[in-house]
Ligand binder design. Structure first.
Ligand SMILES: [Zn+2]
Ligand SMILES: [Zn+2]
Length: 362
């Protein structure tokens, strides 16, 4: 039995204030994120336990622990929804269940797109996988009706006395987690980033493309030491690039245009380092910014501090094809050697189940 609760996260306040900026040509960013709670009664997001007073002091007024979790999730969803445009509701299937944790490490959460799509009407690049939320936005239609666009999982054991991990979740909304806590809003923000498109579908172990098609994330991945881009590499070369620390780069124009705020992790060309540890870190390699970046970015693979600003991830979403009209952007022209489709054709939409990456706290 699964209890389903759907709550649209609207952005009326953000929309109203954006109008008054008066910037020429400014169009409001507006997406709606629907949180589809898949927990059972009395657990996870429905946990009837007492609210955490520390989180309450941080602005989370939920009357129960489950309510606090849900409110914090909604706060993070609001941040993304205020940055991206889509006519289609972005549905996130969310659960909060016990997952692995021990005295030194704990899985925090995982998320990814639920389905992938290619060659739909409106697809900017042919023969290329798009995550569901982005594909829906580009198509102006729900390409997988009845299915969540993003699946997200979070570890409830972190709040549990049976888990030896010394930190607990902080559900405050103020980005000020006390010592000994992990900022849940930051983790949700990060995981939603994966679900919205910050992930490759390449098989990390073999370097193989998903069903032999490019994904939109890989179009901007470069091995700077060879100059090759991910789509044109052999499977073996992709595996090599995935462990080429410092040389696996994001070269999308929107990220490059804004990367000069980085003092570390940025090539003089503006290319930004991606996470490519040797040996690979399954579930984390490639689909994150490098841990070498400074200042720290939200989409690095592990958390050291609360971050409620999606930072360069917003520009990366634009490189993927998201419309994010409230942000500065460059014009996306030709992508990495792939011809731009005229959007004609349609049909031929392929859907495959995906799982997301798993993120770990230390
Ligand atoms: Zn480069
Ligand atoms: Zn991650």
């Amino acid at each position: 039995m699964q209890h389903r609760k759907r709550l649209p996260v609207a952005l009326l306040v953000a929309a109203l204030t954006a109008v008054s900026l008066g910037a020429p040509g400014l169009v409001l960013a507006q997406a709606t994120i629907v949180i589809d709670v898949l927990d059972g009664p009395d657990e996870g997001f429905n946990d009837p336990g007492a609210p955490d007073p520390t989180s309450a002091a941080g602005g989370n007024t939920g009357a129960t622990l489950g309510a606090q979790r849900f409110i914090a999730f909604g706060h993070a969803a609001d941040i993304w929804a205020g940055l991206l445009d889509s006519s289609q509701a972005i549905v996130v299937g969310a659960t909060f269940d016990p997952q692995p944790c021990d005295a030194t490490t704990a899985d925090l959460g995982a998320a990814g797109t639920n389905t992938v799509h290619r060659d739909f009407t409106g697809a900017p690049v042919v023969n290329t996988w798009y995550p569901a939320a982005l594909a829906n936005a580009l198509a102006g239609a729900d390409l997988a009706p009845g299915l969540a666009d993003i699946d997200a999982f979070f570890n409830s054991a972190i709040d549990d006395a049976t888990c030896a991990f010394p930190k607990v979740w902080y559900y405050g909304l103020d980005g000020s987690p006390p010592a000994g806590t992990i900022d849940f809003v930051s983790v949700v923000l990060h995981e939603l980033g994966h679900g919205l498109g910050f992930q490759t579908f390449v098989d990390l172990g073999t370097g193989a493309k998903l069903n032999n098609f490019d994904d939109v994330f890989m179009l901007w991945l470069e091995n700077h030491s060879t100059g090759e881009l991910y789509p044109e590499m052999t499977d073996g070369a992709r595996v090599s690039a995935s462990v080429d620390s410092g040389n696996l780069h994001w070269i999308g124009p929107d990220v490059v245009a804004l990367s000069d705020g980085l003092t570390l992790g940025r090539h003089p060309s503006g290319h930004v380092e991606m996470y490519a540890p040797d040996p690979q870190n399954p579930g984390s390699s490639i689909s994150h910014f490098s841990t070498s970046l400074s200042p720290d970015e939200l989409m690095e693979p592990s958390f050291t501090a609360a971050i409620h600003d999606v930072g360069l991830a917003a520009a990366l979403m634009q490189d993927l094809g998201w419309s994010a009209s409230s942000l500065p952007r460059t014009t996306i022209g030709q992508t990495a050697g792939a011809p731009l489709s005229d959007g004609g054709g349609g049909g031929n939409c392929f859907i495959a189940a995906m799982t997301g990456s798993l993120d770990i706290a230390r």
